[in-house]
Write a protein that binds this ligand. Sequence first.
Ligand code: GRF
Length: 201
Amino acid sequence: MMTRLAILVSGRGSNLRAIMRACSEGTLRAEVALVISNNADSMALETARTAGINTAHLSRQQFSDEAELDQAMLHAIEEANVNYVLLAGFMKKIGPRVLAAYKGRIINIHPSLLPSFGGKGMFGLNVHKAVIKAGETQTGVTIHLVDEEYDQGQILAQRTVEVKTDDTPESLAARVLIEEHQIFAETIQKIIDGSIILPGQ
Ligand code: GRF
């Protein structure tokens, strides 16, 4: 049975498209079974729908409290019968029910070399602004397991990217994104073929 993935996205979804491309090329032996976004306007939902992938728009405003949203997220993911849950630019915390049910199988991508430049508020251009402000000569991408805290789970893979002296946050983000689009699918494939062993596997 092909490995099945649920992918959670909040924004433009370039990492989702990179995963979808790797699946269609066969370099990632998996299929995207579900795309969930908290943002009804996310391009990711449109991308998935166009590709015939099941989607769900689940956001806090639709529910009376976080617990109900967490339960709805869990139900949607369980219905999709997936092996792993990928966070590809998902800006919300994962609730305790989903975390418990998929512990050790929720994987995030972060655009820095964690533990540096991670944690609350460290997302998007904020990360690259902080890297440049700190005068770093290197940054990169981290793929890690998701736990109760932002960007603190076990690191599964990292790749470095040079910071150029004339970099702007935007130019640095663009160069890091090129690496993101490769390392995410590569790491998931290594989990599938057993060259990366997740805890509890
Ligand atoms: C990426 O930089 C990713 O590392 C971070 O959020 C951004 C999402 O970009 N978690 P996209 O939606 O995949 O284009």
